[in-house]
Write a protein that binds this ligand. Sequence first.
Ligand SMILES: Nc1ncnc2c1ncn2[C@@H]1O[C@H](COP(=O)(O)OP(=O)(O)O)[C@@H](O)[C@H]1O
Ligand SMILES: [Mg+2]
Length: 73
Amino acid sequence: MNDNPGMDTFDDIEVSRPALAESYLGLLAAQPGRPLALFAPRRVGKTYFLDHDLAPAAKRVGLVPVYADIWLH
Ligand SMILES: Nc1ncnc2c1ncn2[C@@H]1O[C@H](COP(=O)(O)OP(=O)(O)O)[C@@H](O)[C@H]1O
Ligand SMILES: [Mg+2]
């Protein structure tokens, strides 16, 4: 019996990275027009970070995040 109804499996855990998002926004602001790239093995949370941390943080400072998934082509 699970005595924590808010979390049934590990899939329910969400790790937020607000400080990392702020640091990337700082890098983008410091070098307008210059891209940043994230490189890491698959399934470590790059897309999740973009979607759940960086894009919302960017919206809050008035930026317009655009997501293009090349794999969908
Ligand atoms: N911060 C996080 N909190 C909870 N689950 C996460 C987190 N980051 C990634 N995941 C989960 O891990 C899996 C892989 O993440 P994903 O962002 O697709 O990896 P990547 O883009 O690096 O290949 C997904 O099922 C995603 O939901
Ligand atoms: Mg990805």
